[in-house]
Design a protein around this ligand. Structure first.
Ligand SMILES: [Zn+2]
Length: 430
């Protein structure tokens, strides 16, 4: 077993896990010759730029290759900061319908799901996502914290991870539901009722490795006659406030699944740090989000992906939500809300490249540069890692990817990343 681990380490990580253990060893200087560079901040590309990488970090951005450096020729490509997906589920394999979801929780052991998760982590990295925020394990306990540990220890390949572990929702609100009362079934969350219990669960999840606390703030959606997307709020405002207060007291942030009117409003009132999905957000709440720096993670593509399947299964509201979502997205941009790239991959099949979200964001009104910033500098700000990743500048970690051609002219090229470097280690190259 030890030999096998050592071999993996040698092959995938010439500069990462092995060299890091011997502080005197200096890694070879690598020069990435980029045809174009998008630094994660601006609106335009720089042409013919060389990124110098040393000891896992960006050392310099220059015009010519320094003497003695190993050159990676990316002259046909645009170099961008390593991408960040702020809403993933590595423990989930797609759940268009309730039956898909129930089957995974009933028929796959957490151990088997963890094996699949390690494959998904590798996939995320190969798509170009060098950081992810994984927003709960959907019934697989604390497996995300273990996948993160295995990546950090150099045992398996994957992105830098922030994890939410089990998440929370109230009694009767989250699958599996609808079984006979005498049948014990698993739940995709930790079931929590009451402010005191909520505080205890926040403490418990953080003690077992949660970086983020994830709450489900609403369920059961319907479109009102005035076009507003209505919901049933799950937690009371008191419960939500207790969760946010306890998490913040322990220097952790809160992500709230909130798709509609009341769930979003309560989450904003309670002071969460990010609104997930947000298909409908009232103008007053958008204004409050902008003023308080609450991020919006719209996850557009997954809505299109599940809509037809869920409509066929008897829930046509999912089709109507798409136009409502677009209107909200455009109002959020106008209101100056910070919008971070997140996909909900796992809610759709990991074999589909989550970078499809870039095209969805552009379709809803962003420029390609805005969409790529949402997945780099702005996403890093949401994760609190903006001093290490999210832009291409000297001193930052060498998390870099390259897409062919000019993604500012055609943002779907972000689905064709051919070069991936994380912490100076190359995981994929053309
Ligand atoms: Zn999700």
């Amino acid at each position: 077993m030890m030999r096998r681990i050592a071999a993996i380490c040698f092959v995938v990580a010439t500069a990462g896990c092995c060299m890091a253990q011997t502080s005197t060893a200096k890694t070879k200087t690598v020069a990435l010759k980029c045809g174009n560079l998008f630094d994660g901040r601006g609106d335009s590309l720089r042409k013919n730029v060389v990124i110098v990488v040393e000891d896992g970090k960006i050392k310099d951005i220059v015009a010519a290759v320094p003497a003695g450096a190993d050159v990676v020729d990316l002259s046909r490509f645009t170099c961008v900061p390593g991408l960040i997906d702020t809403h993933t589920h590595i423990l989930l394999q797609g759940d268009i319908t309730a039956a898909d979801y129930d089957e995974q929780l009933l028929k796959q052991s957490p151990e088997y799901r963890t094996i699949l998760a390690t494959v998904n982590a590798r996939r995320a990295l190969e798509y170009g996502f060098t950081s992810i925020r994984d927003l709960e394990t959907e019934g697989a306990g604390y497996a995300d914290a273990d996948v993160k540990k295995a990546i950090n220890d150099g045992i398996i390949s994957g992105p830098r991870m922030q994890v939410a572990t089990r998440a929370m929702d109230v009694t009767g609100a989250y699958p599996l539901v609808g079984y006979a009362p005498n049948v014990e079934v698993p739940h995709g969350v930790q079931v929590v009722d009451g402010a005191d219990h909520a505080r205890q669960v926040v403490r418990e999840q953080i003690s077992h490795g949660a970086d983020w606390i994830k709450v489900y703030s609403d369920r059961s959606y319907r479109v009102r006659e005035d076009g507003v997307l209505d919901d049933i709020p799950t937690f009371t405002l008191d419960e939500l406030r207790a969760i946010v207060d306890e998490a913040h007291r322990e220097r952790h942030k809160v992500a709230s699944h909130a798709m509609a009117l009341n769930g979003v409003h309560n989450s904003v009132e309670a002071g969460v740090d990010s609104i997930e999905h947000g298909n409908y957000i009232a103008d007053a709440d958008l204004k409050a989000m902008a003023a308080r720096g609450i991020f919006y993670v719209p996850t557009i593509y997954v809505g299109e992906y599940v809509a037809q399947g869920r409509a066929a299964a008897g829930a046509p509201v999912w089709v109507k939500m798409i136009a409502i979502h677009e209107d909200t997205f455009r109002r959020a941009m106008q209101a100056g809300v910070k919008i971070a790239f997140g996909t909900d991959v796992g809610g759709f099949d990991w074999k589909i490249n989550p970078a499809k979200e870039f095209s969805s964001m552009v379709k809803f009104g962003m420029t390609p540069a805005q969409a790529i910033r949402a997945a780099t500098s702005i996403a890093a700000e949401l994760l609190g890692t903006q001093n290490e990743v999210g832009t291409i500048e000297a001193g930052k970690l060498a998390d870099l990817v390259a897409a062919p051609g000019d993604p500012l002219a055609d943002v779907s090229l972000m689905e064709k990343v051919e070069f991936v470097m994380k912490g100076g280690v190359i995981y994929k190259r053309p």
